[in-house]
Ligand binder design. Sequence first.
Ligand code: GLY
Ligand code: MN
Ligand code: MN
Length: 435
Amino acid sequence: MQTLFSNHIEVITDRYFQAMQKHGFDHLLIPAGSLLEVFLDDNKYPFKANFHFLSFVPLPNIHDSCLILTPGKKPVLCFYQPIDFWHLVAGDPEGYWVEHFDIKMMRQKDEVRGYMPSNGNIAFIGEMVAPYQDDDFDAINPMGLIHEINWHRARKTSYEIECSSRANQMAAAGHLAAKEMFYNNGSELEIHLAYQLAVGQNESELPYSSIVGLNEHASILHYVNYEAKSPSEHRSFLIDAGARYNGYAADITRTYAKEDNEFAELIQDVNTAQMALNEKVKPGDSYIDLHARYHFDVAKLLAKYGLSSMSPESMVEAGVTSTFFPHGLGHQIGLQVHDVGGHQANIEGDTAPPPAEYPFLRNTRTMEAGQILTIEPGLYFIDSLLGDLKNSEHAASMNWSKIESFMPFGGIRIEDDILVTASGHRNLTREFLPE
Ligand code: GLY
Ligand code: MN
Ligand code: MN
């Protein structure tokens, strides 16, 4: 990690320094962020660090520290370590990353003001809260600078790829434990807890709330309700859950059937389609085309299982496939699960929106070596969307009794994290979770 981190810091500081110089800033302040209090309460929301800070400092849990960048100089890290007998205090900075910073220890949050530059143009990227004040800065969250950084963030350094790989390794252990708990008839809550225990991260450390859905709940795209009571019958199980390593996220989905039935066969078919899509990941190619291609896979599956009598072409043309696959094929992933910049057309920050027929596609960028993308095709039986289809001109072409026979199983999603390489791709997920 030492060498990887050393190269990473060189690349990242160079990106920020160049962007600062281009946009006319002599200094840049990047606070890690503060613990935010619930309205009229003394409880705090879980802490989520400013990802610009996390790009440099591999500590996702420290708050009220601050980074000060000045081109040509070692980044200054004002490290907040209060004297506090109520909470666990951040330990002394140590490890392979420390030598890359000029570290100033702070006991009070406002000591940071003593280290703020007294001349030159100063920009600030973060949430404007005390001890900072608007008028300390020449620019707060300047979009030109941010667009430039966001554009580059899609290209991961070798250190970032290693962190993502380790996050996938951790999440894979959780997925195996969750699968076992499902086959042992666990409740959603038991599965959720088995997952966290195997990963070794609590809910607020995970990159997003795990989606743990049994039976019909597998059709609710963002179901995070974890029923404590086990259902009377375990038919199917969809789990979309990740892990973080030094802040970098894994985002993995698997779907299982309890019995060897037609739904189990459909899972295998979606899995086969997913793996074929992974094989198509290569630099220079269009991600939008991959998304569109999967709509034809959905159409072919609807035909194969006798769910629709329309031709695959007309199912796609008429938008029938969107009833069964309403979301996008995936997204950029990194320090954020849905990493910024997926809709960016260029370094200046012009947007490249998704095609009108696929409004939820989160990535429209051409695939490029160094990007990490999820490939997450699905096929669902969603009550409300099927209701719309039933009221449409295509209702007569659908086999409703067959559709209803699948509804108790909810739906299917298979999701891996894929690195685009110079010659093709590397599947960061299946290296640890082959099935
Ligand atoms: N877990 C959120 C997603 O797959 O995008
Ligand atoms: Mn996911
Ligand atoms: Mn995802």
